[in-house]
Design a protein around this ligand. Structure first.
Ligand code: ZN
Length: 457
């Protein structure tokens, strides 16, 4: 408990406040950490939480109604913000639902997710559909929603924007589900015009349908053939179209799940030009390489595909250089039946990797192997995604921010067993892997996960 007999030198990092006031300040909860990620570095602090927010950060002692000290082998980090999660409820709840997805999130140190507008039915392409999703969403972590920009709703995106979606997702090639159509070049232009007028954000699945058609494959279990059916050129061509559209319209655009490092030079040049384009990649592109994927192992199928080891090195370098902004999971589960449809045929199996619970550990395992410190990982996975969607009170430990916190043991290891993961279907591209970094405890706005809030832009 928090009654202190030591003289207190507590202060808040809130600037310009009277120190004397803080001598009597009392918090709902005080979390004491020998090492917490505060102000860009790790140091010993006490975090005072009141009404779900971080209300004080002190090098000395704070008074609280409750008091928790994290273990000596743990660091206190801001909760992970995952802006790329497919929950699929309602409509395909057997693939994944809000309850299972957000329990997996909390177990993986993710305290905020933004749900994709597909593969639920209805897709989130109208205010009515958003209402349906919000009505069924029982969540353990804070949850927001992307809208969808599809051929049918172009010209009428404003109501969804006003209803609080964080931006609009568009596909430039077939999405895989009939109810979520893709935009052709002309429609992409119109979407960007509309997004620019709204001041919203277009997030883009950037693969070019013409290039995909030209490389269409009749299937099979050979993983390399699958990669060749979705070549670098599919991404580079589509991304160039987005760049050209952003240059013409001034709209903000975000490239989802960048797989191909071949697109980096054009993106780098566009950003150097000052174009408002941001870029994400995903844990599976950073931690798995084509060379490791056995033929027929369709748990590794996703689109765009996991490419070779040299490509993976280039993605890491781009993160370090600031050419890729964030790392989010593209958690996209399906049933075991769909993931194994065709008995190992990569064209028939459903694509998508469920990584919500393992993203932090997977990325940290590989980052640490490469000598990259944890603070860089947190920039890509906590603060960066929060900033992408304007949640400036999440993804950081500072006074005024939500008390979304994780006790993380960065040097502890565990083995992934797909049956033990909390997302709905026991399929995992990480099954059997040894990962470094264990999430021991998660707080969402100062509480144990359970009562997640539905977020609006
Ligand atoms: Zn996705």
């Amino acid at each position: 408990m928090a009654v202190s007999i030591r003289p207190r030198a507590a202060y808040s990092t809130h600037r310009g406040r009277d120190n004397g006031k803080h001598m009597t300040e009392r918090f709902d909860l005080v979390v004491r950490a020998a090492s917490a990620f505060v102000e860009g570095g790790f140091r010993a602090v006490e975090i005072g939480i009141r009404d779900g927010r971080i209300a004080g950060i002190s090098d000395g002692q704070l008074d609280g109604d409750q008091y928790v000290a994290i273990a000596a082998d743990e660091v206190l980090i801001p909760g992970i913000v995952d802006t790329h999660v497919h929950v699929n409820e309602p409509g395909r709840t057997e693939w994944e639902g809000f309850a299972s997805a957000t329990l997996a999130a909390a177990a993986g140190g993710v305290t905020t997710i933004i749900d994709m507008p597909l593969n639920s039915i209805p897709a989130t392409t109208s205010t009515e559909a958003l209402g349906v999703k919000r009505a069924v969403a029982r969540v353990s972590v804070d949850t927001g929603f992307w809208g969808g920009a599809v051929p049918e709703n172009l010209g009428s995106l404003r109501p969804l924007h006003d209803a609080g979606v964080f931006g609009f997702k568009a596909f430039l090639a077939p999405s895989g589900v009939d109810e979520f159509g893709h935009l052709d070049a002309e429609q992409l232009g119109r979407a960007l015009d509309e997004i620019a007028a709204l001041g919203s954000l277009l997030i883009v699945h950037a693969e070019d349908p013409g290039v995909l058609d030209a490389h269409a494959d009749d299937g099979g279990a050979d993983y390399h053939r699958f990669v060749e059916s979705r070549p670098d050129e599919a991404e580079t061509t589509a991304i160039q179209r987005v760049i050209d559209g952003v240059r013409r319209t001034g709209a903000r655009a975000h490239i989802l799940h960048l797989s191909s490092a071949a697109a980096l030079p054009a993106l780098r040049a566009a950003r150097a030009e000052g174009l408002p384009i941001t870029v994400e990649t995903c844990p599976h592109y950073l931690t798995i390489a084509e060379e490791q994927i056995p033929d027929g192992a369709t748990q590794f199928k996703c689109c765009p595909p996991i490419r070779d080891d040299a490509n993976r090195d280039a993605l890491w370098q781009a993160l370090l250089d600031g050419d890729i902004d964030i790392v989010v999971t593209d958690h996209s589960p399906a049933t075991v039946e769909l993931k194994t449809r065709g008995g190992g045929d990569f064209q028939l199996a459903w694509g998508g990797i469920a990584g919500l619970q393992l993203g932090l550990a997977a990325v940290w395992t590989e980052a640490s192997r490469r000598g990259i410190p944890l603070d860089r990982v947190l920039g890509w996975m906590s603060r960066g995604p929060a900033d992408l969607v304007g949640l400036s009170h999440k993804g950081r430990i500072e006074v005024g921010a939500d008390a979304d916190l994780v006790a993380f043991a960065p040097d502890a290891w565990f083995t992934v067993h797909k049956e033990e993961l909390l997302h709905k279907n026991p399929v995992s591209a990480y099954d059997g892997r040894e990962l470094r970094g264990v999430v021991r405890r998660t707080w969402v706005r100062g509480e144990a996960p359970g009562a997640g809030k539905l977020l609006s832009r």
